[in-house]
Each structure stands twice: as C-alpha cells, then as structure tokens.
Design a protein around this ligand. Structure first.
Ligand SMILES: Cc1cc2nc3c(=O)[nH]c(=O)nc-3n(C[C@H](O)[C@H](O)[C@H](O)COP(=O)(O)OP(=O)(O)OC[C@H]3O[C@@H](n4cnc5c(N)ncnc54)[C@H](O)[C@@H]3O)c2cc1C
Length: 487
C-alpha cells in the first residue's frame, strides 16, 4: 500500500483542500481492513475519497485520507453465493474506486448498461452512491437506488456485506465461503448504508443492478419559462418522457426567461444506423477550444452584466433536433463538464402545491435582488432535473418525487458563493435539501438535519452500529452537526 505524508489534498475544482496526516492508497480489501484497524487503534480519524469531484467539504480530513485508485477492478459476481431469484437478474460487482466511465466501458464490453446516470462519468462508484448523485427522469431514483449490495469496512475493521432483506446473497453459502465476514440482510441497514456520505464505513465493493445495453435519442428544444411552468403544472411532461430536464436562464429577457428542454427516449435498433445523428457540435467545439471557458470566465469577471446575454446565447447554441448514441454517451452532457465552475444543488418536492415551480420563481427573485443591489450576476444556466422518490434515508430524494435544482457558477463569479448561500436559505424554507456532494452551508445539528431529512434518526441508529468511535468524523460532519459526539 502506498502512503504519502506532508501532501496537501485538493478537490477537482480546487475550492476544498486539507493536509491529512497521511494519504493512503490501499490495493486490496486486506489493506483497507489493516488501515481502518490501525487508525482505530491510534485514535485517528479516517475518510474515504472518490475521485475528488465534490464541491462540498464532504471528503476533508485531518486524519488518514483513503484514496481509491488501487481499488478499481471489476470483481467476480460469485454466482454460487447468489439466491435463486438473484441469478436471473443483471448484476455486476465492482470495486468501489472504479470510475463511472470505467464501469460503463466494462458494461459495454458485456452488452450491459446502467439504467440511469448523471450528466458526467468522472466520479467513482462509491462517490456517486455515497452522495445520492442522480440524473433526470421521474421513473429513476438516484444511483444509490441501483445498488443491491454493499461490502464495507466498519469502524472496528469488521467486513460487512449489507443489502435489503430480499438482497442477492444466499446467507448459508456466504457464511460457508466467508465465515469471518458479516452478512446483514435488512432493509433498515441498507437504506442507511447506501447514502453514507463517508460516515458509515469505507465501501470496498458494490453490486449494482443494470440492464441490457440500449441506445437513446436526445432532443433539445428551445422554450420559455412561461411554457415550462405550464408543462410542469400539468405534469404530463414528467411521466411522458423517459428523461426530461430543463436549463433556464435565471435572468429575464423580453419579459420571460429563456429555457432549453432536453428529452431522452430509448430508440429502436433502426435509429442506430442513421448516419449524422450527433450532438450539436457548436457548444462541444467551443468547450474543447482550450481558452473558451477561460475567456467566458474572464469576460464575466470583467463585465458581470454580460452574463444574462451570454446565458441566452449559450442556451440557444444547445438546440439539437436529434442526437442518437449508446445510452451512457447520451447521458453524459459532454465537454460542458470541463467549464471551470462550482455548484450547489437543492432538492425540492414535486407536489400538487407546485412547490417546485415556486422554488424556481424564488431563485429568479434572489438572482434579481443580487443583480440589482450588488451588481452580482448568476453566471450559468440553472438546471432542473427530476428524480423518483428514494428509500435511502439520507438521499435528497428520500420519500418524495424531487426536482433537483443545480445552481452552477463560473469560478470567477464575484459574490458567487454568497449568492448560492442565499438561494439555499430561500429553498430550505420550502423543504429544500442540499446535495451532499455540492457546495452547501448547512449547519445546525440534529434538529435542523432531522427537519430536512425525516429518517435522520434511523440513519444515526445504523451509523452507531457501524461506527462505535468517531473514526469517520471530519470537518464536514462537524460543520453540518452530524459528528458522533454531537449526534
Ligand atoms: C463535473 C461534475 C459533474 C457532476 N455531475 C453531477 C450530476 O450529474 N448529478 C449529480 O447528482 N451530481 C453531480 N456532480 C456531483 C458529484 O457526482 C458528487 O459530488 C459525487 O459524490 C462525486 O464523486 P467522487 O467519486 O468524486 O467522490 P468524492 O467527491 O471524492 O467523495 C464524495 C463522498 O463520497 C464518500 N466516499 C467516496 N468513496 C467512498 C468509499 N469508498 N467509501 C465510503 N465513502 C466514500 C466521501 O467520503 C464523500 O463523502 C458532479 C460534479 C462534478 C465536478
């Protein structure tokens, strides 16, 4: 196992950093167990990281930091350990540090595919599961909901396999093969462990349910907030498309707000043979030109009032009649992910009271106030994505169909973090919940968290069983108020 000392760790965007005691790179489950036992014995804290893509402080530690780059291999499914029912399912088992893009390549080689994913593939499997990372489409929960079994190392170094009561592992066969590991088949445990934000153990491996490979057709249609609002109020657009999402300019132009609606549907095999059905190449080309995002960033820094115009142009450039490709290529929003930016994301309920519509209009009002009073401009389109209710206790989508509102800012945005904090305050007032991996300022301890996440106490119950000492605590748990001592 490689160990680095006196090394500053930084996240992907560079807005978070820490100086851990050690950065450790385990290469096997045995390495991981040894590491957790050593940290526990010496009374140090320890946190796992994925591929550093969280904008929040969720990964930071002053203790041991566990890098997953040596734990990124596909694993044998071990069919002899599966129940009869599980053998007929499409399951795949991989080490937790595998990136989503490596997982997609592995699935593609085997004629399989994820049913859903976010707009990017650079994160690790454990990273996306631990923060309830999601895509868009009301029939699909966050990625944590596709996990069927988690293998993790608890705070005392014990190795657990945790899954739902109807999970894929046969207890007798497992006990015989792994007498030194603990199999827990229990809905309560599994709902807590899936979205653990690094606080319930170090995930070593994940078994995911996937499906046969398929292709998607994506269409991007220009629209206005007036139209999108009507569509969201009626609601058929959400059920009527496999995937439906909206980008909206938070600044008005001509009395309305420019929108771009993206839909994705499964295509027939015939569509695969159509010759030129590629994604609109203009934004792709612009984002690849190395200076373009930097120039846009500089321009906004020098003349913030250009932002509303730039956003309208950027949205217009996204229009596309048809892009057809393998599902995982269409889910990925492409080079837009390379723009230097940071982001908050808040989940609000989609309900008959139109809370989700009210949320967007609150954002418009906050953006207008900051623009008019402080000359502060929101510098990217706002993304609205729709996710099915999740059973993971700490998922932003727990117990309710959710609209996730992604509030992206270019890195040079003056007053950008303050603007994001103002949106957060506004949205917490209407049952908003922050994405754990994205920038957020949530604080306030047990009562506050429980008011946003009704299953928080259930999550704490399982955490207490997996972590007897505060070994997985860190700056994030202290800030949010979920450290073991404060729980
Ligand atoms: C360009 C970009 C695009 C994004 N797109 C989306 C999107 O489309 N949808 C969306 O919902 N989010 C999106 N995000 C947010 C991102 O998916 C989450 O922040 C995700 O958690 C990052 O995964 P990671 O592998 O980088 O993990 P990290 O950010 O390194 O860690 C995230 C959390 O997972 C925990 N963790 C990591 N590995 C383990 C392990 N082995 N065991 C236990 N805990 C672990 C960490 O402790 C931490 O709490 C995006 C972020 C970026 C930068």
């Amino acid at each position: 196992m490689k160990v680095r000392r006196r090394t500053t760790w930084r996240n992907h965007t560079g807005n978070q950093h820490c100086d851990p005691l050690r950065i450790c790179v385990p290469e096997s489950l045995e390495d991981l167990v040894g590491l957790v036992k050593e940290a526990a014995e010496q009374g140090h804290t320890l946190r796992a990281v994925g591929s550093h893509h969280s904008w929040s402080d969720a990964t930071l530690t002053g203790g041991y930091l566990v890098e997953p780059t040596g734990l990124n291999r596909p694993l044998e499914l071990e069919p002899e350990l599966l129940t009869e029912a599980a053998r007929s399912k499409k399951l795949v088992r991989v080490e937790a540090g595998m990136r989503v893009r490596e997982l997609n390549a592995h699935l593609d080689r085997n004629g399989l595919a994820l049913s859903q994913m976010g707009g990017y593939d650079g994160q690790t499997v454990a990273g996306v599961i631990s923060t309830a990372t999601h895509g868009s489409g009301v029939s699909f929960g966050p990625l944590s909901d596709f996990a069927r079994s988690l293998e993790l190392v608890a705070g005392d170094g014990a190795v657990y396999r945790i899954e739902a009561a109807g999970g894929p592992t046969d207890p007798a066969a497992f006990e015989q093969r792994y007498p030194d590991r603990r199999l827990v088949k229990d809905d309560h445990w599994f709902r807590a462990a899936k979205v653990g934000i690094g606080c319930l153990g170090i995930i070593y491996a994940v078994t995911l349910e996937v499906e046969l490979e398929y292709w998607l057709e994506e269409v991007r249609t220009p629209s206005t907030w007036t139209q999108v609002k009507k569509d969201l109020h009626r609601g058929e657009v959400l059920e009527g498309h496999r995937h439906y999402e909206v980008y909206v300019n938070p600044h008005p132009s001509g009395g309305d707000h420019t929108c771009m609606v993206t839909t994705r549907e499964k295509t027939s095999t015939a569509a695969r043979r159509a010759p030129d059905r590629r994604r609109n190449s203009i934004p792709e080309f612009l984002a690849w030109f190395p200076l373009t995002p930097v120039i846009a960033n500089l321009l906004v820094g020098l003349r913030p009032s250009i932002a509303p115009w730039l956003l309208d142009r950027a949205l217009a450039a996204l229009a596309d009649e048809s892009y057809v490709s393998a599902s995982y290529k269409v889910f990925n929003i492409g080079t837009a992910n390379l723009v230097p930016a940071y982001s908050s994301e808040i989940g609000v309920p989609v309900d008959d009271a139109d809370t989700h519509i009210e949320a967007v209009e609150r954002i418009f009002r906050v953006a207008a106030k900051h623009r008019e009073l402080g000359d502060v401009y929101h510098t990217s389109p706002v993304a609205l994505r729709f996710v099915a209710a999740s059973d993971s206790y700490m998922a932003m989508q727990e117990g309710r169909t959710t609209m996730m509102i992604e509030l992206i800012q270019m890195t040079r945005t003056d007053g950008g973090f303050e603007l994001l904090a103002a949106y957060e305050d506004e949205l917490y007032g209407i049952h908003g919940r922050p994405h754990w991996g994205q920038f957020n300022t949530l604080a306030g301890g047990r009562e506050r968290i429980a008011s946003l996440y009704p299953r928080y106490d259930d999550w704490l119950d399982v955490r207490g069983r997996l972590q007897a000492s505060p070994i997985f605590d860190g700056p994030f748990t202290k800030r949010v108020g979920i450290s073991s001592e404060g729980a």
